[in-house]
Design a protein around this ligand. Sequence first.
Ligand code: HEM
Length: 291
Amino acid sequence: MKREFEEFIKGLICLPIKFPGTRLYKSLKAKERLVKMVEKILKERKSGMAKTGENSVVNDAVDVLLRDISEEGDDDEQGETKEKQSLPLDYISGNIIEMMIPGEETVPMAMTLAVKFLGDSPVALHQLMEENMELKKQKMNCGEDYSWTDYLSLPFTQNVISETLRLANIINGVWRKAVKDIDIKGYLIPQGWCVLASFISVHMDEENYEHPYRFHPWRWERLGTAVNNNSFTPFGGGQRLCPGIELSRLEISIFLHHLITSYRWVAEEDHIIYFPTVRMKRKLPISVTRL
Ligand code: HEM
């Protein structure tokens, strides 16, 4: 499944030419095989749920999506009893495959690039360590567990994450198609034309960020907490704004907190590739030792 997923991902940004042998063709074929694999798992889960009955425990997103969407015995607007009905399996498997993208690609890539940028910036690394060590000590002293909102009490960590997202441009832009003729700031976009909203252009614009190519988390102390706006768009914007915006920050904060307070690492020489998608040339090999 991992192999098919990787093949599918390679075609997300590629030349739109579809015949056997092209990147797009291979990607679409891999997606078809992936859908079949996921559907097989869904069918097994569904029959397992049928055996355990209505009271089976909901463990994950698959269970939620597989649940019947209308309750047995509910009446519809005409007063007739509704049939039990599920979301179509291909719809559910499409959703599950879409969720693999943040699980496998965007969030892990943000974590990897944070490690890379911090490795190249010892001062930021030191400040991040101090802030996180302080929280760890507090928790140990009062014997408390971490709570959901602890990550928000680490301002420098949040600034490191914002700066990583700005500089990394993990999603470098999004495409939109004009459904009708539209005028944007005096430019006519004819119906049917595509527009690339380039996030790199936003994040690397000197008018928005001084020395934009420099990893400088302290800039956010002056700019204020990074919220999604016209000059900070790692999660897109408008109606299609990424719903994983806070979950991503939470996951990256947890990863950085444990990495920095429990381990030390040495990264091997590697460099970032920005096209067609952002990645490390050698996947950033690191040697990790426990503190
Ligand atoms: C650093 C991590 C992430 C980045 C940089 C990122 C970026 C983006 C961007 C730019 C879009 C907009 C795409 C468009 O406008 O066409 C998007 C959409 C989306 N993201 Fe994320 N994302 C991240 C993490 C996540 C996570 C953790 C989840 C959920 C678990 C998630 C779920 C989604 C979904 C479902 C959409 C589609 C929304 C829609 O079409 O209405 N993302 N993401």
